[in-house]
Design a protein around this ligand. Sequence first.
Ligand code: HGY
Ligand code: MN
Ligand code: MN
Length: 413
Amino acid sequence: MDISRLRVDGKRLRSSLEKMTEIGATPGGGVQRLALSDQDKQARDLFVQWLEEINLEWSTDEMGNIFGRRRGKKDDLPPVMSGSHIDSQPRGGRFDGILGVMGALEVLRTIHDRGVETERPIVIVDWTNEEGSRFAPAMVGSGVWAGKLERNWVYGRTDIQGKRFGEELARMGYQGELPARRWPVHAYYEYHIEQGPILEREGKTIGAPKGIVCLHWYDVYLEGTANQVGPTPMEGRNDALCAAAEMILKVNALPAKMGGHMVATVGEIQNEPNSRNIIPDRVHFTVDIRSWDDDLALRAWEDVRRDFESIARSRGCPIRIEETWRVEHASFDERLVKQVLNVAQMLGYSSHSMVSGAGHDASYMSQVAPTAMIFVPSIGGRSHVEVENTRWEDCEAGTNVLLHCILQSALEE
Ligand code: HGY
Ligand code: MN
Ligand code: MN
């Protein structure tokens, strides 16, 4: 069989994605499948059912990562691995993460249907809690598996209701016996929507990122003095929300102040008691700083942290800061990145080299195995929103590139 003529079944890929979209579907046309939620479980159940349909042995480790394995002729060789995540953002998009899992599944279905034998085994993976929205930080499934995060620390993380990660994982029924501990991987490919405007602006179909920026996450807690808003004079107030407001604008001004390519965002805030006629006395907000230059991101944090402390002093609002999580910028394997570009060209797709501003499990995988990603365009550059969208032809194109990258690596001795 001339392997180079193999192509995936775009209709079957679309049907699987549409079935997954029904799980946690939101009124605005997006999905909500928060990590370890009932919707995450439902989607996982469907995923393993599909793995069984193509006779894949599957397993779950103690982080709930799901691995489906297809044997190779030389089955003891390190496998080629591909996957992403099933969990989503609140009111998230229909493609983020799930495209990479369904894409890898479509590749395995195609190989299965055509009876292709590969030298190396192939492993498909769903990584637990890539998003880090319900339980911070992000990418904990791949982070523990790669040996970069400590399992019990992750188990102890809580969501806004105080539910613990480890208990929710057990409740959901995907807390496996297998240790979440890495084993040798020959090549890891992650297929994902770009989540930005570059491919659409350049008119290109396939993105080949050279890597992913660093992600630094912080949590800031402020204490004020609650009081009745009417009788309490303005001077002498310790208004925790006003302190937070000043700090949030400092975060927003940080990239321009520091120069260099960086983004800095406050995405989440809780304000208590959150009543219109009580001066707020407890505020929590998050800070997300990203840059290709890890040192610049660290210097930026030190700078804004000094501002936070002086604002807290001047407003008489004691501050507590948690340096929650940092993952270094990821540099992908040059040979595999080149392979993505060559395969795109072989298949007749236009391509573009870039850097990923979004974090992915490939951030951790690149620290322990040769890694590359394949991007397809996000319409309007939108993601983490219900209107997130990618053309079906582009979904099929990216999956064809994934198919031939996996095959080329799996046929290597
Ligand atoms: O934060 C990110 O970029 C990813 O969606 N976890
Ligand atoms: Mn993602
Ligand atoms: Mn995401």
